[in-house]
Design a protein around this ligand. Structure first.
Ligand code: BGP
Length: 474
């Protein structure tokens, strides 16, 4: 089958559905700051001094960027007005669990924390911006890590379910789009940030047991959401990006399939409601013996309504031991694709990989998809007029949106697109402000200096035009 490209069909009508959810995405721990205000407790991200590869401390020691982040906690009305100016139809953010249950296991929620999100969601709704809310975005209460061993402990399931029910009850009339765990597959690569498990304790047995607990917790949240807010939709969230075989050698092709399945496994369980055979085989052959009860298996049948994912790059898989050795220590396989360029942080730039990923997910699940993170992390330097001329970011997003349009022409149901870090925030992997994604520049720097002033970048007006024309200028 050959097909016409989007450029040829552009004039024949809207490429995106009229109700397509255009917007941006952030996470509480990277944007809010106010890390101890109004009763908030410490979370895993408050003790990572230097991003997810930094040292893990028992308690904060010194000033970290994230503690004040970009002060969204106090400045959200100004920021939301800017998002509204761009025409956002949705904003993805997360609820910091530690604002609601500071240690994770209190008997009653913290009212001041609940009130903050009331104000935040009301402000969004004032402009007709739908909140899309992640229940857990790398923000597990540190109290649960110290007292329970993070997600390795089954008791945490009940505590998470309680947190979920509290927020569904409270915000059910304001929030109609929910996600359970951000990039749940990162449990395999960043056990502390994703699961509150210290790297030296993260054996495969412990990690997969913790993942199982998150699956059950996620399914219980889905169940609660359906009960409490029947008109809401709740999805899973996967760190996406295809795994290409480095060569057509069958061993490399199978290696790519194996690596792809490391991600698909997480969607398979949450979308199909059961463990796939290939992972059960892996458990058997690796002597991984999980505590999975009959009740758990029933709970897993509460499957998600849609699949969301982040997309930044694609990867290559090989069985070549030398190449694999070189990529050791990287968060995911870092075997270079000779056909692609990369960002300053070595993340390959592959818009067509997004078309491939969208089709992979849709072929496999036939469920609506939501791209909840995509964007270019770059060092932005304001010009003499103080404006960031980020044509490189416009090119990156435009090229990815062309591929989203292509997927839609293929019949893939895409609910929306939220560009990551729509306003500059603290980077997750590096803990820096140097790596920026926003349409809005924030005067905040790695040495903790800056006025916090917000300035529209060149991409601000471009994205505004994209939304105003429902994607026609891509
Ligand atoms: C994803 C996370 C986000 C975000 C993004 C960009 O993995 O869900 O929290 O930060 O990646 O990553 P970084 O900030 O490291 O560039």
């Amino acid at each position: 089958f050959t097909k016409k490209s989007v450029n040829e069909i552009k004039t024949s009508g809207d490429l995106f559905p009229p109700d397509f959810l255009w917007g941006g995405a952030v996470a509480a721990n990277q944007i809010e700051g106010a890390y101890l205000e109004d009763g908030k407790g410490l979370s895993v991200s408050d003790v990572l001094s230097d991003g997810i590869f930094g040292q893990i401390l028992d308690k904060p020691d010194g000033e970290y960027l994230k503690h004040q982040a970009i002060d969204f906690y106090h400045r959200y009305p100004e920021d939301i007005a800017l998002f509204a100016e761009m025409g956002f139809r949705t904003l993805r953010t997360s609820i910091a669990w530690t604002r609601i249950f500071p240690n994770g296991d209190e008997a009653i929620p913290n009212e001041a924390g609940l009130e903050f999100y009331d104000r935040l969601f009301d402000e969004l709704l004032k402009y007709g911006i739908q909140p899309l809310v992640t229940l857990s975005h790398y923000e597990m209460p540190l109290g649960l890590v110290h007292k329970y061993g993070g997600w390795s402990n089954r008791e945490v399931i009940t505590l998470f379910e309680r947190f979920s029910r509290v927020v569904f009850d409270r915000y059910g009339d304001k929030v109609k789009y929910w996600l359970t765990f951000n990039e749940i597959n990162m449990m395999l690569h960043g056990p502390f940030i994703a699961g509150g498990i210290y790297p030296d304790q993260a054996t495969e047995q412990v990690t997969y047991q913790a993942i199982h607990h998150q699956f059950v917790a996620s399914a219980l949240a889905v169940k609660a959401c359906h009960e409490i807010i029947p008109d809401a939709q709740i999805g899973c969230m996967i760190a996406g990006g295809p795994m290409y075989p480095l060569t057509p050698k069958p061993e490399d092709v199978l290696e790519a399939m194996r690596k792809d399945r490391e991600n698909f496994f997480f969607a398979d369980v949450q979308v199909k409601g059961k463990y796939p055979g290939y992972i059960l085989r892996y458990f058997r052959e690796s002597n991984i013996d999980l505590d999975i009860t009959e009740e758990d298996l029933k709970t897993l049948k509460h499957t998600v309504d849609f699949i969301s994912f982040s997309y930044y790059m694609s990867y290559c898989a090989t069985t070549d031991p030398e190449l694999n050795e070189q990529s050791r220590g990287n968060i995911m396989s870092a075997v270079k694709n000779p056909y692609l360029s990369a960002s300053e942080w070595g993340w390959s730039i592959d818009p067509k990989g997004l078309l491939y990923t969208l089709n992979q997910f849709y072929d496999r699940y036939e469920k609506p998809l939501f791209i909840v993170e995509n964007g270019l992390g770059a060092i932005d330097v304001p010009n003499e007029k103080g404006i960031v001329e980020d044509s490189y970011r416009i090119d990156y997003i435009r090229e990815h949106l062309v591929q989203v349009a292509e997927a839609i022409q293929d019949g893939v149901e895409v609910m929306g697109y939220t560009s990551w870090g729509c306003i500059d925030i603290v980077s997750n992997s590096t803990g820096e402000m140097r790596k920026r994604y926003g349409f809005i520049y924030v005067d905040r720097h790695d040495d903790l200096s800056g006025t916090f002033e917000r300035t529209r970048k060149k991409s601000f007006n471009w994205y505004k035009e994209v939304i105003a024309t429902n994607g026609k200028i891509i």
